[in-house]
Ligand binder design. Structure first.
Ligand code: FES
Length: 947
């Protein structure tokens, strides 16, 4: 199983690739200094007179209220000095370009980003970091920090210290000027416009800041919150992988291919090793080997500091023979285009996986791989026949939809630290799967499992591209072994944007046929654009909604010399439901029926049937008026779309519970990437034991104790952890009853303690456990009360019998003159069973909405078609939504339908976003009367549609 999971989740290593059939463009040797990345060659050693050569500068300042004297580099940034020189983890490094605000501090009371600020500019100033605001004890916190906790205005927490510093400054100004008057959303958005939250916690940030300004969080005693790791996040004490500092730790950097397709003629490892401070050099591509995409790792160095590492990269001086590349889907399919993988046998295991599930076998014709059919059990071409029949006597809705790629770009980049001790390795990683990662490391380096320790307590965002043994982790491990010292490898923002992962683009050709008002059949051909990666699968999503066996669903990979796509939150869902739900709306229009009525008739899913009742009663939907009713420059419209997902769970999940004089401890080898699974675990255990949540400590984010936990992938965490936690709690209560009997308290477990058999006051757990040895039990995830879809687990995964459902309703406003589309308000009806932590669940859905608004309207990766290099290589050019793009979002939970599930809860991270693009597309049509078939709906696209 470990072998299988590694094949599926690591992707291919693309090492030492040899190939034939490429068209040589000619030799292009690079002169010395050619090392570096496509986004800029590594700088050589500075010449004399360069600021860095000018040496150190003394500064004196007041830092967080204390006098501080230091010596800083003449070209050192304030961010670098605060983090590395002062060890302040609450000043986060993320974009490095002054865009995201994660590194914000106050300088003489004014918020400033520190990634662009010279350290010596701090001389003579008063600097305030998040550390000075208070915490992690809530009693010492600034009101804004408490408000962030109370309103759950965070998820992964990586952006949070920067937001908090800026919001606290705004709060203090507001309170001194306006007392407890309520600021508007626009006031808050203007104040926080310089910050980005990739998790999309904006709506709760709005609520938190407004409430703090109104004085609602001045009293620490009134604080109540659900996120158990929240205090560490709002106070900046949470330690992420990029914050890890080990004695003697080296900096590891990769030299990445500047070319989309090239043959390496040679590089000078010896020269790199001779650079002062360089401790290790690694090769990824041998002389004569080819690279297949820009950004592919070629070599790496570990050195005492970043400057030495960059000098080492520069000394590599690689020489290349540049080969003809295909960088777009169109070029890839042109006659005579060079093949990315000349032979089918090259595809696996060399090609990375673009999807979360297994990469199924498929044919290869040039650069077209497929089809992979999800219609294998259906009659061949049944869908096509149905559509052809409907064209004669019914209704057909058809079109070609296109959705661009979406970069994951988590605010904490891919990062890893590795340290060897003999034949054991310790790894800190920004990962969404501590368990799988430990298995993969053990297998790849042929180590016993107990020789591998993985830490991932705090993870600064993960949306699908951080599962398993990612490249930066392998680099850190190998460099650390060669150097004999700990090594940290963290991607820069340009690297993150280039190779950190992206949701593959999709082109979907879809036609549905309607006969006698019923869905008669469906054809879909989907072409995934995922660079050198393979395995795009979206047809299965059209399979799980709307009931007809007559569906032809084929998926293809269109290979290019681009970086590999990776699964991203609800993989395939946005493109699939954009196409399908637009087509359903088109059919409803032709039938002259309400879109909800048509869906209700075609959809057998009991969960969504409940949600149709909800949406029909929703004023925003039922009062929305006819299509295209607005006629001015600004036109509003409201659309809906449905979506589906799966009840995935990891049947091997365990939860270990301890009880002792110190209280209760819950442990699971899962990781909280911001989704809140640590809180779900704490709340579940607390409810089962009848104790306050604060009485339960939680340990997640490591493989300690081998307590198997689920990866944060496929929305399996809640459905896996809750039943195992309940089982553990039941076992613990029985053990505690036995312990009580041993101690002369013959009673039954009740909330808070033991109820003596003979009556009388409940004996509290603290008294039962006083002076006792630790009691330890382990609970397991038992089977659901209905059989799973397949009886066996596949890569720690089972699929439950009932599929969750979602209905999204969105109102947009279209500026018909400038082509801008903005979201005005959104609603989400969701059926995922019992909600364990409502505030955190809502937060997840709001974040999914923001991310999919970005996908639908703003986010656009730009590659230079001539070279394949990334043009949108920073967070200014690649525009993710900011707080000003956020809109009010309302969530309705439909909890019926999952009574057969152990614990009653299934996951919601993926399904929350899959239908957003479809609802925006249909809202655009409702506003303008025009259909949009391409996303993102940038002004250029919109004006073309409206023309
Ligand atoms: Fe803002 Fe994750 S909570 S980036």
């Amino acid at each position: 199983m470990a072998e299988l999971s590694r094949r599926l989740f690591i992707g291919g290593s693309l090492l030492g690739v040899a190939g034939t059939g490429v068209v040589a463009r000619g030799a292009e040797p690079e002169e010395g200094g050619g090392g570096g990345t496509p986004e800029g060659a590594a700088p050589p050693e500075p010449p004399s007179g360069h600021p860095r050569a000018m040496g150190a500068v003394p500064i004196a300042l007041v830092l967080d209220g204390a006098d501080e004297e230091a010596t800083v580099g003449a070209d050192e940034t304030a961010l670098h000095w605060l983090r590395r020189g002062c060890g302040i983890t609450g000043v986060k490094e993320s974009c490095g370009a002054g865009t995201c605000g994660a590194c914000t501090v106050t300088v003489d009371g004014v918020p400033q980003v520190t990634c662009l600020l010279p350290a010596m500019a701090l001389h003579g100033t008063r600097v305030g970091t998040v550390r000075a605001l208070g915490g992690p004890d809530p009693a010492t916190m600034h009101p804004v920090q408490r408000a962030f906790l109370a309103h759950d205005a965070l998820q992964c927490g990586f952006c949070t210290p920067g937001f908090v510093v800026e919001a606290a400054a705004f709060h203090d100004r507001w309170r001194s000027n306006h007392g407890t008057a309520e600021p508007s959303r626009d006031d808050v958005a203007a104040a926080l416009a310089g910050h980005l939250c990739r998790c999309g916690a904006y709506e709760n940030i709005h609520a938190a800041v407004i409430a703090a300004c109104k004085g609602e969080h001045d009293d620490p005693a009134a604080l109540s919150f659900d996120r158990v790791d929240g205090p560490d996040k709002v106070s900046g004490t949470a330690e992420y992988t990029v914050d890890v500092q080990l004695p003697g730790m080296l900096v590891g950097l990769a030299y990445r291919s500047p070319h989309a397709h090239a043959r390496l003629q040679g590089l000078d490892e010896r020269a790199a090793r001779q650079v002062r401070g360089v401790r290790a050099v690694l090769r990824r591509i041998p002389d004569g080997g080819e690279v297949r995409y820009p950004g592919q790792e070629v070599a790496a160095v570990a050195a005492d500091d970043e400057a030495a590492a960059r000098a080492g990269l520069a000394a590599l001086a690689p020489k290349w023979e540049v080969l003809t590349a295909v960088t777009t889907m169109e070029a890839s399919q042109a006659p005579g285009a060079p093949a990315v993988y000349p032979r089918r046998a090259d595809v696996r295991p060399e090609a990375p996986a673009a999807s979360e599930g297994p990469v199924l076998p498929a044919g290869l014709d040039g650069n077209l791989r497929g089809p992979t059919s999800t219609s294998i059990l259906a009659k061949p071409r049944a869908g096509r026949k149905a559509v052809e029949e409907a064209a004669v006597s019914g209704v057909v809705a058809a079109g070609t939809w296109r959705m661009g790629v979406q970069l994951h770009t988590t605010l904490e980049p891919h990062a890893a630290v590795a340290r060897w001790s003999g034949e054991a390795v310790e790894v800190w990683a920004s990962t969404q799967s501590v368990g799988w990662l430990a298995e993969d490391v053990a297998q790849r380096w042929k180590l016993p499992r107990e020789a591998v320790t993985v830490h991932g307590r705090f993870v600064g965002g993960a949306f699908g591209a951080k599962a398993g043994l990612q490249h930066e982790i392998a680099l850190a491990i190998e460099l650390a072994r060669e150097a004999g010292a700990p090594v940290r490898v963290a991607l820069s923002r340009p690297e993150e944007l280039l190779v950190g992962g992206f949701r593959p683009g999709q082109q979907v050709e879809l036609a549905l046929g309607v006969a006698d008002g019923q869905l008669a059949g469906l054809t879909q051909r989907a072409y995934g654009e995922s660079g050198v990666a393979v395995g795009n699968l979206i047809g299965y999503l059209a399979r799980i909604v709307y009931d007809t066996p007559r569906k032809d669903l084929d998926d293809y990979d269109v290979l290019t010399n681009g970086p590999p796509g990776k699964p991203m939150r609800g993989p395939g869902g946005p493109a699939s439901f954009f196409a399908l739900e637009t087509a359903v709306d088109m059919a409803a229009q032709q039938l002259g029926e309400d879109p909800v009525a048509v869906r209700r008739r075609w959809d057998p899913n009991v969960v969504r049937q409940h949600l149709y009742d909800w949406v029909e009663a929703l004023p925003a939907y039922k009062d929305r008026g006819p299509v295209g009713a607005d006629t001015g420059r600004f036109r509003r419209g409201t659309g809906l779309a449905i979506g589906g997902w799966f009840e995935f769970y990891d049947p091997n999940t365990q939860v270990e519970l301890e009880a002792g004089p110190e209280g209760f401890l819950a442990r699971c080898n899962t990781q909280d990437v911001g989704t809140g699974v640590a809180s779900v675990l704490a709340h579940t255990v607390a409810a089962s034991l009848g104790v306050p949540v604060g009485a339960v400590r939680v340990e997640v984010g490591s493989n300690a104790g081998d307590v198997h936990g689920p990866a944060a992938a496929g929305s399996r965490s809640t459905a896996s952890v809750v039943p195992a936690a309940q089982d553990a709690a039941e076992r613990l209560l029985r053990e505690l009853e036995d312990l009580g009997r041993d101690r002369g308290i013959d009673g039954s477990a009740v909330p808070g303690g033991l109820q003596p058999e003979g009556g009388g006051a409940v004996v509290p757990w603290a008294e039962v456990l006083a002076g006792a040895s630790t009691v330890r039990v382990r609970g397991r995830r038992k089977r659901d009360h209905k059989a799973a879809v397949v009886p066996f687990a596949f890569i720690d995964t089972k699929i439950g019998r009932v599929f969750p459902g979602v209905v999204n309703v969105t109102t947009v406003e279209v500026d018909t003159r400038l082509g801008r589309v903005s979201v005005v308000e959104g609603w989400c009806g969701l059926g995922v069973g019992r909600i364990v932590c409502p505030a955190l669940a809502e937060n997840q859905l709001k974040g999914a909405f923001v991310q999919n608004v970005g996908l639908s309207l703003y986010e656009e990766r730009r590659l230079d078609p001539a070279t394949g290099r990334l043009l949108s290589h920073n967070l200014d050019d690649y525009r993710v939504p900011g707080i000003g793009d956020s809109a009010p979002y309302h969530v309705h939970f439909e909890e019926r339908g999952f009574e057969h599930v152990r614990g009653g809860s299934v996951g919601l991270g993926e399904i929350g976003g899959v239908a957003v693009a479809g609802s925006i597309g249909n809202a655009f049509h409702h506003a303008t009367g025009k259909r949009a078939f391409h996303m993102p709906l940038t002004p250029k696209t919109v004006l073309e549609v409206l023309r």
